[in-house]
Design a protein around this ligand. Structure first.
Ligand code: HGY
Ligand code: MN
Ligand code: MN
Ligand code: MN
Length: 428
């Protein structure tokens, strides 16, 4: 029988802030680029070291650790009723090139510390608690965002696609995974799929990656929805040639075609009728990349998002039409127009957001509801489990750059809200 937890013992939630800060700093040194930047690419040597770091911390917290075929890592604290669907929490530790040391990381290290906080308070879970480190949230290496959580959510098309996916060095996904030690049963990635209902709740602690909480001096963001992301790959081909000898009327410049499409993306998102529509061309490569050679090929990758899925899809359609007309007008070939992902938004679960809000009240922390404009593994976990996200403020909203910063007091607040919310949901 589960004796009622004395709530005040839960309220004496003490976070080991110093230890947590040390872990954040140590993890940030496992990077392919020099401090203060962090670069940690899926299945790279630094990623493997970082995985070992996380598994070690999970072990020190008394969690039983398992990994699936693509390297999603699970650390479980068995509850008194282990047959019930567990409550889970987690995030990612991979980092895009030259980014910061908090994105994702505080939702993994903070989750492990939340477990420690509950253990230190004498809490006994009814539903087991599980910490998840998703194998790759960023799209950097294979161009696929939330690769690990998409598979956990049962994406059959991704399980197929990964059999023929290579990175920019032509290394296959399977060879890269084998390098990181994930060799067994790679052939059958459906083994990664989780059944709907595998968890009674999934919660992710994350920095806001926006300026609102800091501007409003609010401690906690209770996320109500995650915006709908999409990404597109485009290639143009022209005949190139000598930058001096080929006169302008004779040219079909693949570089200018890419430039014109990039500006068209900006135009379409600005004319969408909402400030919530965004578009970015973060990758634009010219071949051969010589000052005196007319680009014969161009490759651009477009990221466009909106909290309204239909409005976002209108932008995608306009981008496609524009690519076709640019190719026509400039006499360049549109050799690829590939929508890599076009995901719906996700809504948080009311029971989870209510548990978070009461946790904030009990902990005397100010909070506000808000949407997440960044995507997260929660976007896909929402397909198999009720989902919620806890945001903490970050300096000027900076993220995906080395200036990213979150104060340890804010991180500790997030950990306390996470710990108390996990406790409430574990007893539910
Ligand atoms: O791009 C994103 O929204 C995420 O932070 N990777
Ligand atoms: Mn990110
Ligand atoms: Mn993230
Ligand atoms: Mn994210």
């Amino acid at each position: 029988i589960h004796e009622p937890q004395s709530q005040d013992s839960l309220l004496s939630l003490s976070v080991d802030s110093e230890g947590l800060q040390k872990q954040i700093d140590e993890l940030s040194t496992l990077s392919e680029t020099p401090a203060p930047s962090v670069t940690r690419i899926l299945y790279s040597e630094k990623d493997v070291l970082a995985r070992r770091f996380i598994k070690n911390l999970m072990g020190l917290s008394g969690l039983s650790v398992r990994e699936d075929a693509v390297g999603n890592i699970f650390g479980r604290w068995d509850g008194d009723e282990p047959e019930l669907a567990p409550v889970s929490t987690g995030s990612h530790i991979d980092a895009i090139p030259y980014s910061g040391k908090y994105d994702g990381v505080i939702g993994v290290l903070g989750a492990i510390e939340a477990i420690n906080v509950l253990k230190r308070s004498g809490f006994k879970p009814k539903r087991s608690l599980e910490v998840i480190m998703f194998t790759s949230e960023e799209p950097t290496r294979f161009g696929i965002s939330c690769l690990g959580s998409r598979l956990l959510a049962g994406s059959k098309e991704l399980a197929e696609l990964l059999k023929k996916t290579v990175d920019s060095q032509n290394i296959s996904f399977f060879d890269a995974a084998r390098f990181a030690g994930y060799a067994n049963h790679l052939q059958d990635l459906t083994s990664v799929f989780l059944e709907k209902g595998s968890y009674s709740a999934f919660i992710e602690l994350h920095i806001e990656q926006g300026p609102i909480l800091e501007e409003e001096a609010t401690s906690i963001g209770v996320v109500t929805a995650i915006a709908a992301p999409a990404s597109i790959k485009v290639d143009f081909e022209g005949s190139g040639g000598h930058a001096g000898a080929v006169l302008m009327p004779m040219r079909n410049d693949a570089g200018l075609a890419a430039a014109e499409l990039a500006l068209a993306v900006e135009k379409f998102v600005l004319e969408s009728g909402s400030i919530d529509t965004v578009g970015t061309v973060g990758i634009l490569e010219l071949h051969p990349g010589a000052i005196n050679s007319i680009p014969s090929k161009s490759h651009l990758e477009i990221d466009t998002r909106d909290i309204d899925e239909k409005r976002r899809n209108v932008v995608i359609e306009k981008i496609h039409q524009s690519a076709l007309s640019i190719s026509e007008n400039r006499g360049v070939k549109l050799s690829e127009f590939k929508i890599v992902n076009q995901d719906p938004p996700a809504l948080s679960d009311d029971l989870i957001t209510m548990a978070m809000e009461s946790a904030c009240q009990e902990l005397n922390l100010t909070f506000r509801k808000m949407i997440s404009r960044a995507y997260h593994d929660s976007l896909f976990m929402a397909r198999i489990s009720p989902m919620g996200m806890i945001f903490i403020p970050c300096y000027k909203g900076y993220s995906h750059k080395p200036e990213e910063f979150a104060a340890i007091e804010d991180i500790a607040n997030g950990v306390r809200v996470l710990a108390l919310t996990l406790a409430k949901l574990s007893l539910a």
